[in-house]
Design a protein around this ligand. Sequence first.
Ligand code: S3P
Length: 185
Amino acid sequence: MSIPSPARPAGKRPAAILVGFMGAGKTTVGRILADRLDVDFIDTDVEIVRRTGRSIPDIFTEDGPDRFRLIERNVVADVLATHAGVVALGGGAVTTPAVREALAGHRVVHLRIGPEAGYARVSGTDRPLLASEDPAARYRELLAERADVYGSVATIEIDAHGDPEVVTDALVDALAKELIPERTR
Ligand code: S3P
């Protein structure tokens, strides 16, 4: 299945870019989707670690969140310009205005997750933004703060609560529907 991106000339454009809060399943669903489309998968968090040779918690702790967002923004810009497969963005990437601008015209999928299900998936992991006395409360607060921003960049909304294979089925259906107007143009 080949998926050209909307409103973009042919070339190296991601087939789909997954956004959503921590625990939405961007990496898991992204891998499955890339597999089904027979394209490569890139997770920008993994790319940040590869390029800097440092872990994300180390960058946050040693350099601070602003520096992390700057590195992230540059990595996202490079990946969007050069990668033709599926891309997963770190959950906070869309809080950077330049990232939101860079997403314009791309096929952007919001994997929507609620506070209980999402927190259950990330509880006990080393997400630096959840390093708090009450990580569950911090998760809920951040999710509420960002609730609108994911929708503002998305061209497709997918409920991400189910099994990742089933979530990917819904995503593949939505991608196919989104392509129908292009085919009839
Ligand atoms: C972050 C989400 C993380 C990672 C970093 C910051 C965020 O990615 O980029 O810890 O601000 O929501 P995941 O969404 O893959 O957990």
